[in-house]
Design a protein around this ligand. Structure first.
Ligand code: URA
Length: 257
């Protein structure tokens, strides 16, 4: 695979963030028109071609490394140690902790979110901040607790400034979540949020995809996967909790069937 130029990486990151905002229903600038800077002001600044520092490893080389190392992990503990020791460039340079998983590794349901936030970065545990608390309540509403769930993310590090992980970063983390799913071998996956949906299925548009069963190939076995709205989004759009409730009931029905 050829190395992406800094411009390509930036373009992909901008596209990913635009898709995310569109997923979130944002289709107009938040600032009044007079405050929106004209495009000319936002023109990219010309920089010298060579941008890499020793802390910014070549992403495609890191993807190859991640694939080789993840495949070789025979257990969850081994996978955790491999990710902990992995140089994920900007991601691992800026994060306080690598965030692996919480819950029961023998659970039938694997819940896969996007990337750690501030509280997760500080504690090293996924979904422990306000969004995580809502996620726990959502599952409690269908009688599921930490013992029934195994919770992780498609990206193991909090991106700097709490931005979304960009496409090259998600591609670099993909071998880790793939192996993670193989080792857990869940009966059902809950895909939390648009970024996880894109990372796990290649599909975009959580607003229309939520509630629609997907199938993930895990250990060469089709595994049902339900995309849910991200709880951080539901905190901002509580009127959509009704849809999330429907999706949770569909999960409950599938698990009892
Ligand atoms: N949002 C996520 O997607 N994952 C976390 O772990 C925390 C917040």
């Amino acid at each position: 695979m050829t190395e992406a130029s800094p411009e390509q990486v930036l373009k992909q990151a901008l596209k990913a963030s635009q898709v995310w905002w569109q997923d979130m229903g944002v289709d107009a600038p938040i600032l009044p028109a007079a405050q929106v800077k004209p495009a000319a002001v936002l023109k990219p600044v010309k920089r010298p071609a060579q941008q890499h520092t020793p802390n910014t490893p070549d992403i495609s080389a890191q993807m190859t490394k991640a694939t080789e190392q993840a495949k070789a992990a025979p257990t969850l503990d081994a996978l955790k140690a491999i990710i902990e020791g992995f140089d994920a460039g900007v991601l691992s340079d800026h994060a306080r902790n690598m965030v692996f998983a919480r819950g029961n590794p023998d659970a039938d349901i694997m819940v896969i979110g996007e990337a750690p936030g501030r509280q997760e970065d500080e504690s090293g545990q996924p979904f422990v901040g306000p969004a995580g608390q809502l996620l726990d309540k959502m599952f409690a509403a269908i009688d599921l607790d930490e013992d029934d769930l195994y919770i992780t993310n498609v990206c193991n590090w909090r991106p700097p400034g709490n931005r979304n992980p960009n496409e090259p970063e998600l591609a670099m983390c993909a071998p880790f979540i793939t192996r993670h799913m193989e080792l857990v071998a869940p009966k059902l996956v809950v895909i939390v949020g648009g970024i996880s949906l894109q990372a796990l299925t290649g599909k975009t548009g959580i607003m229309k995809m939520r509630g629609q069963w997907q199938s993930l190939d895990i250990n060469a076995k089709p595994t049902p996967a339900m995309p849910l709205y991200h709880p951080a989004f539901l905190l901002r759009r509580p009127e959509l909790k009704r849809d999330a409730w429907r999706d949770l009931l569909a999960i409950q029905k599938r698990m009892s069937g």
